[in-house]
Write a protein that binds this ligand. Structure first.
Ligand code: ZN
Length: 203
């Protein structure tokens, strides 16, 4: 009898462990995402502004793809660059940001990492207000390179998942250059983004 009771208790315990917690519910469905803990993120170094997502904006890193480097390494390097004052590729100075500017990062293998907490506004050095924008960046300089197939497949999945999670319609998705004067996300990705958005509206 005791054994039966103990067994029943364990089943209840296991069942409660399996219940989705808040963090799990925030995770997009069917997407494998390297979490901040997974890539060893440091905490933000300054206060960030909370917002509610209403738009999704696609960016490129504007640096050439590095297939041999791990996603965790890239995220750590991006965070170090972001959290310090520095110079951008176009020679413009950038201030220290609280954290990586983007909410999601997609490397050339189509692997996705969690960037800045999506509940907080991202950062930009261009003249648009990213409040309400979920910032998604793809690794590469798409003025020169073309996004890889796995990258585009991951972008499609992430868009579908985030559109559902935040009730974002295709009209509220764009390239960075749809919102500000910039080359980002590069001509080779810009057109693909618009093809994907059209497709996303039909899915
Ligand atoms: Zn951009």
């Amino acid at each position: 009898m005791k054994t039966v009771l103990m067994f029943a208790f364990m089943v209840v315990l296991m069942a409660s462990c399996a219940l989705p917690d808040k963090t799990a519910a925030d995770k997009p469905r069917e997407l494998k995402i390297l979490t901040r803990a997974g890539w060893g993120a440091n905490p933000p170094v300054a206060e960030m502004k909370a917002h509610k997502i209403s738009h999704i904006t696609i960016h490129h890193t504007a640096t050439l793809q590095k297939p041999e480097r791990s996603l965790a390494d890239k995220m750590k390097a991006l965070q170090t660059f972001s959290q310090n004052p520095g110079t951008l590729g176009n020679g413009k100075a950038k201030p220290a940001w609280p954290d990586v500017p983007y909410h999601f990062y997609m490397d050339c293998h189509g692997e996705i990492a969690e960037g800045r907490d999506a509940n907080f506004v991202g950062d930009t050095n261009t003249a648009y207000d990213p409040t309400g924008h979920l910032l998604v960046v793809l690794e590469g300089n798409f003025e020169e390179e073309t996004p890889t197939e796995p990258q585009l497949a991951a972008l499609r999945k992430l868009l579908a998942s985030k559109m559902a999670q935040y009730h974002v319609t295709p009209e509220m998705i764009g390239s960075h250059k749809d919102f500000a004067e910039t080359l980002c996300p590069g001509k080779n990705l810009h057109e693909l983004v618009h093809a994907l958005i059209k497709q996303a509206g039909k899915d």
